[in-house]
Design a protein. Structure first.
Length: 64
């Protein structure tokens, strides 16, 4: 998981924020909820990316 994943996650989060804002502005609760879900998904994927990076770093530390 690298820079490509980070960019993808940021795009998903931005798309979610736009959906949430549009849903809120138009009174479309379904769209607003979808936007929040998209943002949550992006945050989860980003957290997994950080955990994987930390695990890789720890593994490298023990190899030395």
């Amino acid at each position: 998981m690298g820079l490509d994943d980070k960019i993808k996650n940021e795009g998903t989060e931005a798309k979610g924020k736009a959906k949430e804002t549009a849903g809120s502005a138009t009174g479309n609760e379904s769209m607003e909820s979808e936007g929040k879900a998209d943002q949550g998904e992006a945050k989860l994927e980003e957290a997994k990316r950080h955990v994987k990076g930390a695990a890789d770093n720890a593994k490298d530390t023990f190899k030395s």
